[in-house]
Design a protein around this ligand. Structure first.
Ligand SMILES: C[S@@+](CC[C@H](N)C(=O)[O-])C[C@H]1O[C@@H](n2cnc3c(N)ncnc32)[C@H](O)[C@@H]1O
Length: 384
């Protein structure tokens, strides 16, 4: 195994609980990616890491001790991940949340009897055979799909592709989430086929919806919130710009025997403006937009976008109605998000209560010393 020495600053990063060491903090530069032994400037071994020669993030801590990263190691690490998910009331959830589960740059999502995997560093790519073998041995899936089409792979000099790694994987997989069922699309759907991070928030949103009320699900994708809401609301309007996602949404409604959802292919900004102008009122509204801020520089513009849709949604709430609102922009932190909501509430001219602060599901664990593990934040608001 190659040895890579790091600067005191690099070594300090691991002591402080962050698994990344950057290019400028690495003293040796072996040409090939892979698992390496890492030494501090005095030559003491401080751990084993995934090494990516072409990436700004050169080292990702995998193992603090000298223990071999072999089949038994993978079995133990992955078993730990599975145990942390015990009791989740769904057949689709995240099984491995990368740095949040101490397996940096690895995402594994479970969809019933199938696994969808993302390998997001060139260092981890070299361990792909061992990883796939361990997943097969431990979870006996009917198929493993590598959704290696995430743009992050480009920064690692890796091909961007979708590939079958084991067995077979259907185009659509029926899964259960609490009381409802939905179809996920592992090959072509967004992310790995569904937005698993909102799972508990969807169940909560349904619980908060007034029986027999009117609901609006903005940025519905394939209707995951809408289907939950429709079990209680008399009617739901579901908005998205993707026709393909809406078609699966309609199939998801049918799967649950629901006929009270209207699927509208529309721009949420325009539609919310029109609904507010028309004085339309809803008892429950969900705002789950895509990440408006893809970089730090984009934050001010993103906050203006969030403020606009939240203001319009607040104006469309019936008295006592609830708004479940979220942001999945990593660069927009919770304090900025709450400040934005306060400004929108001020503009709305209505009393708006903060009933609850939301985050990502417990299958997407956040490590306090690794801010990159947390990106989804949200709130439940109620109109007075
Ligand atoms: C974060 S996803 C929503 C996930 C969904 N709520 C769920 O729980 O599965 C964002 C969605 O917004 C849609 N979208 C993006 N921009 C939009 C716009 N301006 N108007 C309507 N939909 C939009 C995308 O097609 C995508 O389905």
């Amino acid at each position: 195994m190659s040895v890579v020495r790091v600067t005191p600053r690099g070594a300090e990063r691991w002591v402080r609980g962050h698994p990344w060491i950057y290019r400028s903090e690495v003293l040796d530069q072996p040409p090939e990616p892979g698992l390496v032994e890492v030494h501090d400037p005095r030559g003491r071994r401080i751990g084993q890491a995934l090494y990516s020669p072409g990436s700004e993030i050169r080292l990702r801590l995998l193992e603090r001790g000298g223990r071999a990263v072999d089949a038994a190691w993978w079995r133990e690490r992955l078993t730990g991940c599975a145990e942390r998910r015990a009791g989740i009331d769904a057949t689709a959830y995240r099984l491995v949340h990368a740095e949040g589960d101490e397996i940096p740059s690895l995402v594994v999502d479970r969809y019933d009897r199938w696994l969808v995997v993302q390998i997001l560093s060139s260092g981890l790519e070299t361990l792909r055979g061992a990883l796939v073998r361990a997943l097969v041995e431990l979870f006996a899936p009917e198929g493993i799909l590598l959704r290696n089409d995430a743009p992050a792979r480009r920064r690692e000099g890796l091909p961007v592709e979708t590939e079958l790694a084991h067995g077979s994987v259907p185009r659509e997989i029926e899964v259960r989430e609490g009381e409802i069922r939905y179809l996920a699309a592992p090959w072509e759907g967004q992310k790995t086929g569904a937005f698993l991070d909102q799972r508990p928030n969807r169940i909560l949103a349904a619980r908060l919806t007034r029986e027999g009320g009117r609901a609006l699900d903005c940025f519905t994708y394939h209707g995951s919130f809408a289907v939950h809401l429709a079990r209680r609301a008399a009617s739901v309007v579901a908005l998205d710009s993707s026709r393909e996602a809406l078609e699966r949404g309609a199939a998801n409604a049918a799967l649950n025997g629901l006929t009270n959802i209207e699927w509208r292919e529309a721009d949420v900004f325009e539609t919310l403006r029109a609904l507010a102008r028309g004085r339309e009122r809803f008892d429950a509204i969900v705002l789950d937009p895509p990440a408006f801020a893809k970089s730090r520089a984009a934050v001010p513009g993103a906050l203006r976008g969030y403020r606009e849709i939240n203001l319009r949604a607040m104006r469309c709430l019936a008295p006592g109605g609830t708004l479940v609102t979220a942001s999945c922009s990593f660069h927009v932190g919770l304090p900025d998000f709450l400040t934005m909501l306060a400004e929108a509430a001020g503009d709305s001219g209505r009393p708006i209560l903060l009933r609850r602060i939301l985050g990502q599901g417990e299958d997407h664990p956040e490590v306090l010393t690794v801010p990159e593990t947390g990106y989804l934040k949200g709130a439940v608001l109620q109109a007075g």
